[in-house]
Design a protein around this ligand. Structure first.
Ligand code: ATP
Length: 344
C-alpha cells in the first residue's frame, strides 16, 4: 500500500472536522475525495501534506510513518484551484522553481523542465508569463511545476474549479492521461460528482467528517452503502414509504423503510409491454424533457413522482397518458440497515 491512513481525527476547537478516517491507496492510483462543502476533504488533504497536524491517527507512505515529517520532506507535489503560479516568473522558471530549491544542477534543470513542457503540452510557451496564458494553460503549468521535483504523491485541491466548463472537461481527460503516463499516486479533492466519476480509479465519499464509502465509481453507484452515498452519486427518486411500492411490500417490512429508485430501475410502457401486470403500478406521464440522446420521463404513481430515461420517438409517450410502471429493483433503507431488493 502506498498511502495508509488509520484512525485520523481532527478538531477545530469543539468542532470535530475529521472523524476516525481509515483508508489505503495503491501506488499509481488516482483517488477522488468527493463530498459536500465543509465535509472535511481539504482537512484530510492538508493532514496528508503535513500542513495540518492530526489530533490522532497514523499516516504512512510506503509503510513509513510520516506524522512527524514537515511538508517539504514528504515528497509531495500540490496543485490548488487558484493556480498560485509566481506572476513575475516565466513558465520555464515556474516549472524550475522546485528544482532550484533542491539545488539541482542547471543542466539537469533545463532537461527536466523541457521534459515537463512536452509532457504537459506547453512546448513553445516557456518564455511566457502566467498572465499571458489561458486558465487551462496556467493550470497545466501548475501541474508541470508540481511534478518537476519527482514527488511520490500528488495532491490536488479542486484543481479545475476556477476553469470554465468546456475547458474543464478537456482538462479532466488530459489529467487522466497525464497521471497514467507519469504513474504517480494522486489524490484530488472535488465536489463535482461527474468529475470524480470520470477521472478517478477510486472515489472516497466524505460527509460530515466521515468516510462513508470507498470504491470504484461503478461499485459505489451500483452498491451504495449508505443513503447519503445513494443520493449523492447518481440520480434517484426517494419514496418515503417503501411498502407503498408494488412488489416491495414484504421486503420493506414495517413502516420506516424508504426506497431509493434509480432511473434505470424503472420501466414505463403500455400494458402490452409487461407480462406480469401484478407487479406493475398504474401511472400517468407528467413530463417529458429532451436530453439530447434520450428523453427524461417523469411519471406520477399515486403520490410519488418517479423519473426514468427512454430513447423513443417523440410521439410514443405523451404528457397525461396513462402508463404501467415496473420498478424492478430498489435500494431500501431504514434506521438499521440498507439493502438492494429485486421486485418479486
Ligand atoms: P470545501 O469543499 O468547502 O472545501 P471540505 O470538505 O474541503 O469543504 P474542509 O475545508 O476540510 O471541508 O472543512 C471541514 C470543516 O472544518 C468545515 O466546517 C470548516 O469550516 C472547518 N475548518 C476547516 N479548517 C478550519 C480551521 N483552520 N479552523 C476552524 N475550522 C476549520
Amino acid at each position: 500500500m502506498h498511502v495508509e491512513v488509520r484512525g485520523l481525527n481532527k478538531h477545530f476547537g469543539d468542532f470535530h472536522a475529521v472523524k476516525d478516517v481509515h483508508f489505503g491507496i495503491e501506488k499509481g492510483h488516482l483517488i477522488g475525495l468527493l463530498g459536500p462543502s465543509g465535509g472535511g476533504k481539504t482537512s484530510i488533504l492538508r493532514m496528508l501534506a503535513g500542513l495540518e497536524t492530526p489530533d490522532s491517527g497514523e499516516i504512512r507512505f510506503h509503510g513509513e510513518l510520516v506524522n512527524a515529517l514537515p511538508p517539504q520532506e514528504r515528497g509531495i507535489g500540490f496543485v490548488f484551484q487558484n493556480y498560485a503560479l509566481f506572476k513575475h516568473m516565466t513558465v520555464f522558471d515556474n516549472i524550475a522553481f522546485g528544482l532550484k530549491v533542491k539545488k539541482t544542477p542547471k543542466s539537469q534543470i533545463k532537461d527536466r523542465v523541457m521534459e515537463l513542457v512536452e509532457l504537459t503540452g506547453l512546448a513553445g510557451f516557456e518564455k511566457r508569463y502566467p498572465q499571458q496564458l489561458s486558465g487551462g494553460q496556467r493550470q497545466r503549468v501548475a501541474f508541470a511545476r508540481a511534478l518537476a521535483p519527482e514527488p511520490q504523491l500528488l495532491l490536488l485541491d479542486e484543481p479545475f474549479a476556477a476553469i470554465d466548463a468546456k475547458i474543464r472537461q478537456e482538462l479532466r481527460s488530459w489529467l487522466r492521461e497525464l497521471i497514467e503516463r507519469v504513474g504517480i499516486t494522486s489524490i484530488f479533492v472535488t465536489h463535482d460528482q461527474d468529475e470524480a466519476i470520470e477521472v478517478a480509479d477510486e472515489i472516497m465519499i466524505i460527509n460530515q467528517g466521515r468516510l462513508e464509502q470507498k470504491g470504484t465509481p461503478w461499485d459505489i453507484y451500483k452498491e451504495p452503502k449508505t443513503p447519503f452515498v445513494a443520493t449523492f452519486i447518481g440520480e434517484s427518486t426517494v419514496v418515503e414509504n417503501a411498502r407503498e411500492l408494488k412488489g416491495f411490500e414484504e421486503a420493506a417490512g414495517g413502516s420506516g423503510t424508504r426506497a431509493l429508485i434509480r432511473p434505470e430501475y424503472i420501466e414505463v410502457g403500455g400494458p402490452d409491454e409487461f407480462r406480469v401486470l401484478s407487479a406493475t403500478e398504474e401511472g400517468i406521464v407528467r413530463h417529458l424533457h429532451f436530453r439530447g440522446s434520450e428523453w427524461m420521463v417523469e411519471v406520477e404513481v399515486g403520490s410519488h413522482k418517479l423519473m426514468t430515461y427512454r430513447s423513443l420517438e417523440k410521439d410514443t409517450l405523451q404528457p397525461g397518458q396513462p402508463v404501467r410502471v415496473l420498478v424492478h429493483r430498489a435500494y431500501l433503507f431504514n434506521d438499521e440497515r440498507s439493502w438492494i431488493e429485486e421486485n418479486r
